[in-house]
Structures are given as C-alpha cells and as structure tokens.
Ligand binder design. Structure first.
Ligand SMILES: Nc1ncnc2c1ncn2[C@@H]1O[C@H](COP(=O)(O)OP(=O)(O)OP(=O)(O)O)[C@@H](O)[C@H]1O
Ligand SMILES: [Mg+2]
Length: 261
C-alpha cells in the first residue's frame, strides 16, 4: 500500500514516539518500520506481544543480511515481529555504526516497503540531516511527514529541510496543549512560502509519551497524545489513495490496557 516517511531534520522532537502513537491508531493495516540510520529504539522501549522482549536481531539487520541477494516485498514479513497490542514492527539497527555497511540498502528497502501489498508502512527515519543516503528511501514515499517542536531552532532546521524536499510534505508540530493552536498557527505562518500538504499538531504530553515507552495501561487510550495522534492519522490516511481498504481496528485501547502494564 503506501510508504509514509516520518522524520525530523535535526534534534529529537519525538519522531519515534509519534510513529508508535500513529501505528497504534492507524485506520488501515500497518507496519511500523524503524528505518533510522542512527539505530532503533523500540526493542529497548516496548515489550513484544507475548510480554517478552523484542528480538533486536530480527528486523532491519536480518533483512539487510539477506537483501544483498535482492530484496522483495514478500521477504519483509519474515523479519517483522509483533509489539504488545499486536502492531507489526520491523525493528531497526541496534546502533548507528551498522548503517555504514548498509548505505546500499535504503533505496531497495524503500521500494520494497512501498510495494508491500496488504499494509501501509510508517517508516521512522529519524533525522534526515547528515544522512544523504536516506534520499533514495525518502524518494519512494507516498507521503513525507516532518516533525518539529515549535522552538526557533527546530523550525529553522525544518525550513532548511523543506527547501531540499520534493513533493508536498506534511508538517507536524509537537506542541504544548496550553498553546496548541497558537504554536501550530505560528509554524504554519513560517512555512507558508513552501508548498506543504498541511500543518497539523500532536500533543506534547509527557505522561502519554511515558505510557508509550512501556508503561502501558488503560489511560493511554485517553491520553492527549493518542487522541491527537488519532486525528492526525485520519488526516494522513485521507491523503493516501482512497481505493485502499480500511478496517484494521484501533490498537491503542483494550488490547494494550489488557496487557496489564
Ligand atoms: N509528544 C510528546 N510529548 C512529550 N514528550 C515526548 C513526546 N514525544 C517524545 N517525547 C519525549 O522526548 C524524548 C525523545 O522522544 P523520541 O525518542 O520519540 O524522539 P526522536 O525524535 O525519535 O529522537 P531520536 O532522533 O533521538 O530518535 C523522549 O524522552 C520522549 O518521551
Ligand atoms: Mg527516534
């Protein structure tokens, strides 16, 4: 179905947190893929579906080892795992040094993920600044989503990235609920010279982010982070081809609360 690249230019605005939240509420079948050349975090943050730890060796690393002989979309699921709550995940590299030997992987990986027949792919690409090799991957995306905090330094880097990107990216401001609309409006004004699809918000919600780092519970479903993620997921999915089937149930609530964590 569609490859959606989630990234920042610089800093750590909360791309991985946003990717996890969006994956939890995505309205269609979805695979969360950790494609951050600096390394993944999910294996260290979240339990697997059975309550154990995710296997960091099964994911991008194992896929990279076999992909040298050619990479096909059908191979991807041999390297995925399930997070608590049932979300399919392709775990990332365990540390950034591994990316040095895998610069050739990003283009073929992007093509394979974009060709995955039964699921959208939310690809957490981390920081694009300093990783020109990610250009081949980003070029395969149906939609690029850039995350920023509303601070001057973050927005300055966002503008630099917008000047380099093709297409019409979505900009997401991770904003304090107390100044939510004003922050989004300010960033919207600053990026007005660029052709972006839309500027939206995601709540800056430390409690929700903590819950999403492993302390799962019933409250997660009602957190501001998940509520704003649900709204954002709906807007993003609406940008993609309307012919794609809808129907995977929301994974943020009962299953995760039921895990008792
Ligand atoms: N929406 C949010 N509200 C509150 N805190 C957040 C939010 N998103 C992320 N955080 C916090 O900010 C820190 C960085 O988050 P995260 O790992 O998601 O960022 P990142 O952009 O993926 O960083 P990196 O580029 O290092 O991978 C974490 O401590 C996380 O809990
Ligand atoms: Mg990250």
């Amino acid at each position: 179905m569609a490859l959606i690249v989630l990234a920042a230019d610089k800093g750590a605005p909360g791309v991985t947190t946003a990717a996890t939240a969006l994956g939890a509420v995505w309205p269609r079948p979805v695979l969360l893929a950790e494609c951050d050349p600096a390394g993944g975090d999910l294996a260290y943050r979240l339990p697997a579906e059975d309550g154990g730890v995710l296997n960091p060796a099964r994911g991008l690393l194992s896929l990279g080892a076999v992909a040298r002989r050619g990479l096909h979309a059908e191979q991807i699921h041999e390297h995925t795992q399930k997070l608590v709550g049932g979300l399919d995940v392709l775990t990332g590299l365990t540390h950034g040094e591994q990316a040095g030997g895998l610069t050739w992987l990003w283009g073929p990986l992007g093509r394979s993920l974009a060709a995955l027949p039964h699921a959208d792919v939310l690809a957490d690409c981390g920081r694009l600044g300093g990783h020109p090799e990610m250009g081949d991957f980003v070029a395969e995306a149906a939609q690029v989503v850039l995350f920023t905090r509303p601070s001057l330094d973050h927005v300055a880097h966002l503008r630099e990235r917008l000047a380099l990107l093709d297409g019409r990216p979505v900009v997401v401001v991770i904003a304090d609920p107390r100044s939510y609309r004003a922050s989004i409006e300010e960033v919207r004004r600053i990026v007005a010279p660029w052709d972006v699809a839309f500027v939206a918000g995601l709540a800056y919600d430390p409690k929700g982010a903590e819950l999403l780092r492993g302390q799962w519970g019933g409250r997660l479903d009602r957190s501001l982070l998940i509520r704003t993620a649900r709204e954002l997921a709906g807007r993003l999915a609406a940008l993609l081809s309307p012919r794609e089937p809808a129907g995977r149930p929301d994974r943020s609530g009962a299953a995760r609360g039921g895990a008792g964590r």
